[in-house]
Every structure is written in C-alpha cells, then in structure tokens.
Design a protein. Structure first.
Ligand code: ADP
Length: 651
C-alpha cells in the first residue's frame, strides 16, 4: 500500500529568495522571455535525453519522439510547458531549482543593492540570467512535476515565490501518471495586472513568442490547436450545406531550422542574439557575431559570438569553456574545449561539421585530425576578425579589450598564434593616461635615438607610474608601457620582439639610452663616479649582502637616490611571488641595488664608510627602494625603529 504523498516545505536559500523577490517585482519590460527560458531548459533536457539514449536506448521506452509541448487553460489561467527530456530526481530539483549555483549570484545581488531602484535594470538582471525564476514575472504560482528517465518515483515542486517551496514525492499510481520529463505549470497573474500583462493563454500570442525567440530550437515545440473545417468535395471545393468538423491537431510552432544554415542576410540581429542567449545563457546581446563557412577538403560552418561582457568566473582555473559541436546539424557535444585555444575561451558558438561520423566518441574525437584543423581555423578567423575590429571600429575594440584583453594576452605564449596576437595587444602607457596603445602605435611615437620598446610591470598603475626606474626615460621623453595585470608577468616572458624592435623591461639589465655619443658620455660619467665611490659601493655591498647581489651606479635615475633592478634574464619579483603563491619552487634571487651618482646622498654616505651609521642608512635606502616597487620590507621591526629614531632627531 502506498501512503498518501506528503508535501514538505523548504525555504529558498537566502540569495535565491532575494532574487525571486526581485523577479516578482521586476520592472523588466520584456516579460515574455520567460517562455524562451522554459523552452531553452526543455531543449537542454531533451539534448541530455538524446545523449543518454545513445548508450541506454531502453530509457526512451515507447516515448520516442522528443518534443516540447505547450498547453493552455484559459479558464483556470494556466500555461504548461512540458518536455519528455531527461527530467530530474528529487535531489536534482532541490539542487537546480531551490538554489542558484551560479557563481555570479552574489556579485549580482551586490550590484543590485548598490544600484538605485531607477536603474535596476534589465541589463543587470539580464547579465546574470535567472532562467527558471523569470516565470515569477508572469505567474503567482508555479508547479513543476518531473520524473527522471529510468526512475520510478516523480517529484512535484511548487512555489508562490515567497521564500518557500514545497516538495512532494509522487509514488505508485501518482508517479505512473507522470510521464518522463518535466512539466512546468504557470498559474498566471491576472491578464492585465502589473500595468498590462498580455494573456499568455492565447495560442496566437504563444505562436508569436515562439517564432520570435525560439524558432531555431532543434525539437518540435507543439501546441494542440483546434480548427473548424467545412466539408469539401473531391475537387477541394466546400460542399454547400455540408457539415463543419472540429479538428484538433498538434501544430509545430517553430521551424527548427538551424540558424547557421540560413543565409546570413536573412537572419536578423535579434535572431542571432536569441540563439546566442540559448547557447550561452547570457542575457546580454553579443558584442559581435561571426559566421563562417569552410568549403573544401573538409566542410564545416561556424557561428561564433564575442560576448559583450566577461562573466565573473572568466578567470577561474577550472571554468568550462568551448564551442558546441554539431555533426550534420545534430548536437554532439556541448562546451567542447578542443575547438578553441584557451586564450579564446571567452568565445561562444557552434561548429557544425559534415565530415565527422555522428556516433564519434570523445576519445576518438580528440585524436581526429579534423578537430585540430577546425581549432586552428577558428582561431585564425577570430584573430583576423579582431584585427578588423581594431582597425575599423577602435571604440568597440577598446570595449572588447576591457573585457577580454587579459585572456587574449595568454595567447602570446602560443607559438602559432603569437604573430597574429602581438598587433592586437593594447597597453596603458606613459604617453596618454586616458588611452591605451598598440605596439605599432608606440613605434610610431618612438623618439630619435630610441631603439627598443620599453615596459614596466608592477602591481598597480600608481606604483609603476611613479617608479624611480622611469626617471631617465621620462627625462628623455621615452614612452614606457605600463603592465599591471597578473597575466602581464607571464606574457612578458614571451614578448621579446615586435616589428624588429626589442621589447624590454626598464627594471631589468642596464640602461643604454640615446645616441652612440650620449651613451659614451654616460658611461664615462659612471666610470668617473665609480672611482669616486668605489669604497662606498664596497661598504654598502657588505652591509646589504644578505639582501642584494650587487650595489652599482646607474644613469637610470635623475631624482631618486636608489632603485632595485634585476639582471636581464631574472624573473621579476612579482612573477616570483606569483609562482610561489601557485606552489612552484622558486629559488630566492637577490636583486641589484642601483644608486644615482649625482644624488647628494652619495657624498654624505661616502663620508660614513665603515661606521654603524652607514649600515643603518644603507638599510633604510634599500627599504625605500623596496617600497617604491610595492615590495615587502625585509625587516619591518628594524625599519620602524630606525624611522622612529630619525623622527626624534633635532633638525
Ligand atoms: P539555467 O538553465 O541557466 O542553468 P535555470 O534556473 O533556468 O538556469 O535552470 C536551473 C537548472 O534546472 C537547469 O540548469 C537544469 O539543470 C534544471 N532544469 C530546469 N528546467 C529543466 C527541465 N525542463 N528539465 C530538466 N532539468 C531542468
């Protein structure tokens, strides 16, 4: 005997409850998109059903035609969207519908709280997408009944969106009545509530919405419709006085034509945006749509999108990425990362190949030569498109760069892509604080006698802009690129040359600026001072031996007394720190302390050689150089003590 099913009441996770509240009171004008969300979920569930049935064909049973069905009841004001897809277990319902696992939710809520009600904005809600919950914009109660393929029991979830939901386990006869898949019933709000909700039980309206937002969905979206038909004779003419029959039949509302198969000129931006949303779950329209076909030895079509905004999880190490792979218009794999190099992981889209077998396994695919060719081709086309964008629409390119530049920079390490990526790189620089520059534009501004492209890396713009190592460069009007993103430390390992010019760090190696005669002059000055300060350099080396590998004079500085630099092939201190943070063993490498021979401090120090006072002052000088590049003080207690003593001194 089965006991009557008991409904358990659960509370939404706090963040979900807050989002629901936002949805219910949403000012979002485009409320009809709730239907697209439900259809999109149903379509995903059908995809998963299809995938699972490849290895477990019996899961399909007699229910073989995969489809989505819309049912309306205008008297009771309900709209039901059902699918015979994979369905959900009870745990999956709790996990997927009761909580919002999306990593961006916290950030979204924070942003929503910070923003004013007036600009609480479609955009913000849109950016994160709240899929299923959008139903609460049009319904005051939502019931979801679902049975996972292969499971006997079913689950009913119901909520009025007020912070709680009920879960009921359906067993025995009740479960048997529930067919495989998911049924979502919306108990619609009054048709004209909220300043004019249309009546979503009207067939015509639903047909329009499906056409506008979900036409490309690969499964039939059917609705039972009735029509009157008058009796006709053999010639198809209405019979006079004949009977009228009421015919009830399933009508498919979508064309199911893949969007990439249609001629580009025929597809509207909105349709591309809908498709983009369907595959990416990003509610913002894409920044760019790229559609290419390769015809030749191997044939495939691609439809690619550059999103307009980076998702909050873009830099998470294990974040899934990739394109959807279709074979002859059938979806074979989602998020297939082999189709994209990692440095293009922000791209969304599909590849449809006519040359791969339909039943290919992931393992076999990986080894398939076609896939590698497609990846190279996709990368090439995307980089070419970015170059065109940079050339023709610099403002749009700048927006792209803001969002995804840091990812693209990783590609400099890719031997095959490096040449194409270098011209695409954009950098902040000393030339114009407001604008970024490309390497080519930098070269265009190089001053006479300048032979290399110079950059400085560091933790922040403030630090690099004021770095003492830049003094001589500024004095000579040499432009310096400011590299302040974590990826820059890694990228500069591969950034050695551009257009025949050496790309070099201003904090590594020695500086040689200006014409041949100017360099000679600088060398002579250094030589002369070298003799003058030989003893000082030796004494400082002794007192600072545990911190620096060399103390030497430099022509790099014009105002500051000292700075730290590395040897030409040393890792920068920031990179060393990053490598250590990521668990790599990096040997401790000392830096070089460079002194400005023209600074009056040197003369003063020279008089203190051999005394304890030089040890303390030398230490302070070193600490200052460490602070100037945002480093950590080697012995903060000693530094503080010396500073206090200094402050106590009479003027
Ligand atoms: P998203 O679709 O963006 O992940 P939703 O809130 O729309 O977010 O859905 C949450 C999850 O609930 C889905 O990822 C899916 O796992 C599950 N789900 C929703 N609708 C269905 C359905 N019709 N069939 C099976 N699972 C579903």
């Amino acid at each position: 005997m089965t006991t009557a099913s008991q409904a358990e009441t659960h509370s939404f996770q706090a963040e979900t409850a807050r989002l629901l509240e936002l949805m219910i009171h949403s000012l979002y004008t485009n409320k009809e998109i709730f239907l697209r969300e439900l259809i999109s979920n149903a379509s995903d569930a059908l995809d998963r059903m299809r995938f699972e049935s490849l290895t477990h064909p019996d899961l399909l049973g007699d229910d073989k035609v995969l489809q989505i069905r819309l049912e309306t009841d205008s008297e009771n004001r309900t709209l039901t969207v059902s699918d015979n897809g994979i369905g959900m277990t009870r745990e999956e319902v709790v996990q997927n519908i009761g909580t919002i696992a999306k990593s961006g939710t916290r950030e979204l809520l924070q942003k929503l709280q910070e923003s004013q009600a007036a600009d609480q904005p479609e955009g913000l809600i849109g950016q994160f997408g709240v899929g299923f919950y959008s139903t609460f914009m049009v319904a005051d109660r939502v019931t979801l009944t679902t049975r996972r393929a292969g499971e006997e029991s079913a689950t009913r979830w119901e909520s009025t969106g007020d912070g709680q939901y009920t879960l009921t386990k359906l067993e025995g006869a009740e479960a048997e009545k529930t067919s495989r898949g998911t049924r979502v019933t919306l108990h619609l709000k009054a048709a004209d509530s909220d300043g004019g909700l249309p009546d979503y039980t009207q067939s015509m309206l639903l047909a329009q919405i499906v056409k506008a937002h979900s036409d490309f969905v690969a499964y039939p979206i059917v609705q039972e419709q009735t029509r009157e038909e008058v009796e006709r004779d053999e010639k198809g003419q209405p019979v006079e006085g004949g009977k009228t029959k009421t015919i009830t039949e399933d009508v498919t509302l979508n064309s199911m034509r893949p969007i990439w198969v249609r001629p580009q000129a025929e597809v509207t931006d909105e349709e591309y945006a809908e498709f983009y949303h369907h595959i990416s779950h990003d509610w913002q329209p894409p920044a760019k749509t790229l559609s290419f076909k390769a015809e030749g030895r191997i044939e495939y079509s691609t439809l690619l999108f550059i999103p307009s905004q980076a998702p909050p999880n873009l830099h998470y190490a294990n974040q899934e990425y990739g394109l959807q792979l279709y074979v002859k218009r059938v979806l074979i794999m989602e998020n297939y990362e082999e189709l994209l190099p990692r440095y293009l992981r922000f791209m969304k889209g599909i590849v449809d190949s006519s040359d791969l077998p339909l039943n290919i396994s992931r393992q076999r695919l990986q080894e398939d030569r076609h896939i590698q060719q497609i990846r190279q081709w996709v990368a090439r086309r995307v980089l070419d498109s970015l170059a065109t964008l940079q050339q023709d629409e610099p403002q749009e390119y700048a927006q792209f760069w803001d969002q995804f530049g840091s990812v693209l920079k990783e590609g400099v390490a890719d031997h095959g892509a490096k040449e194409a990526i270098l011209p695409l790189l954009m950098f902040a620089s000393s030339a114009d604080p407001e604008k970024r520059t490309s390497l080519a534009d930098y070269i265009g501004r190089m001053v006479e006698g300048q032979e290399a492209i110079y950059y400085i890396t560091g933790d922040s713009r403030g630090l690099v802009e004021n770095a003492p190592q830049l003094e001589r460069f500024k004095a000579r009007h040499y432009e310096v690129l400011y590299l302040t993103e974590p990826v820059d430390e890694f990228m500069t390992q591969y950034l050695d040359k551009f257009d025949g010019k050496k790309v070099t760090s201003v904090t590594q190696g020695t500086v040689e600026l200006g014409s041949e005669s100017e360099r000679q002059q600088a060398e002579e000055v250094l030589k002369k001072h070298g003799e003058q300060y030989a003893e000082l350099l030796k004494s400082l080396q002794e007192v600072l031996d545990e911190y620096v590998k060399e103390v030497r004079l430099t022509s790099r500085l014009t105002e500051s007394p000292a700075c730290l630099v590395g040897d030409e092939f040393d890792l920068s201190p920031q990179l060393e720190r990053m490598l250590r943070d990521s668990g790599s063993e990096v040997p401790e490498r000392k830096r070089i302390l460079e002194l400005n021979p023209e600074h009056p401090l040197l003369e003063k120090f020279a008089g203190l050689c051999g005394s304890e006072a030089l040890a303390d002052r030398g230490f302070m000088l070193y600490c200052n150089a460490v602070l100037a590049e945002g480093g950590e003080l080697p012995d903060p207690a000693r530094f503080n003590r010396l500073l206090a003593e200094f402050m106590l001194k009479d003027d």
